[in-house]
Design a protein around this ligand. Sequence first.
Ligand code: NAD
Length: 499
Amino acid sequence: MYKVDHYIEGKLVAASDNRNAPIYNPATGEIQGEVGLASTADVDAAVNAASKAFESWSETGLMKRVAILFKFRELLEANREELCRHIVAEHGKVWDDAMGELTRGFEIVENACGIPEMLKGEYSQQVGSGIDCYNTRQALGVVCSITPFNFPAMVPLWTIPLAIACGNTFILKPSERDPSCANILARLFTEAGLPDGVFNVVHGDKVAVDHLLQHKGIEAISFVGSTAVAEYIYHTGTAHNKRVQALGGAKNHAIIMPDADLDQAVDAMIGAAFGSAGERCMALSVAVAVGDDIADRLVQKITEQASRIKVGCGFDHNNEMGPLITKEHNARVKRLITEGEKQGAKVVLDGRKFNAPSGFEDGYFCGPTILDHVTKDMSVYSEEIFGPVLVVVRAQSYNEAVKLVQDHEYGNGTCIFTRDGDIARDFTRKIKIGMVGVNVPLPVPLAFHSFGGWKRSIFGDHHMYGPEGVRFWTKLKTVTMRWPTSIMAGANLSFPSSD
Ligand code: NAD
């Protein structure tokens, strides 16, 4: 049993009113530790520390900030195994998948090392007689990020490096289900030389989140999690005059055209649908096959491959898929499969029947599941399942397939498998989705682009990291200046022009 405390002003701090939550091992169902849940006083302590640190951190030279980020990046690599161990133990995903999450998170740190380039302003000379004009982007102040369970290292790293590189000070409220990685990041920042108070971690639940949303000391809130909570965060945060980006849930469709390279499509779809047991916001959850011929062949091939996926504890390197996050979530996923079956879908691969190996009988396992002949009125189609469940919908034409994607409430990612350039171009231009792949399953953009969906997968205007991240974590200032000269014209009350 271990205890996870807050990390405020460079040190571990116990939660002040002795509220705790258990940390489960999803592979065994056992409680392995507990995390302290913040009171409003704990949140105040973190905001005070971050406000104090902002004065000097926002004035710290860019190259000094970058030197700390470089050191932090080195320390992340040196402590990769420790981070990976905690992800596997608390989240349950398999070792290689956890390593992949770390790699993608570290890339954001690497990108943030280029912050001097990204903060360069624009300069216009002689915009009027003897007048020059330039703009800069400046830090906001104390900012915070509230993150989900499914990427306990990568999603926090989507925000922290860029936000602090821009000169902000930071409070992270990670998921209470897998909280340990956040404290390792905090410790490594301290070791890298980040001044105390620039990065703080407050663990907790709705009490902490609600206080952050209303706190006068917080300027901006970044949120990633389920759509219902994202919508609440956006409306509450903006009602308290904060800048908010809130990324929510997803239901990602792949369209498989009759001319697709089916082997390539199936290989790609297997990883996208069942990797991390489907607990990814970019998981592929709906395959839309255009025509019954390709649908029959797709279902046969993908069922064969999915039935061979090795499921079990994430620490066993032979396994390819781990358990779900909680007992309740496992029960919900299985209930949705049963609902789909009752509503007329055909269960061609049934993960409800998965038998966990000895020692893991109480783990939260569900095997890979495929449902064919799903229609859009079924809950298994409309709801985000967030489990290892792929539903297959049969469409009779490309237009019918596109309409399905357009009509769904979520708009995170989508992709199309085809050899037809006209169709691919039409799809990428028309589709109302934030991230689009062509013969690539649900691409998560690299650090120098930005990540974000459309429709009810996001609330707020800015996508995450990359150029959009820099815009979110800074505000624009435009300076217009003229120095007195001997030929000053005297006062003029008409509206200024550029003469
Ligand atoms: P969640 O919404 O339950 O929790 C996210 C965060 O919000 C956690 O820190 C949690 O403590 C807090 N929280 C939960 N309920 C709250 C409430 N009522 N009031 C205030 N705060 C609350 O999400 P989760 O189960 O941790 O993560 C899974 C969800 O996240 C899925 O829907 C998935 O699609 C989504 N997700 C989206 C993206 C994206 O980029 N769009 C990325 C990862 C995960």
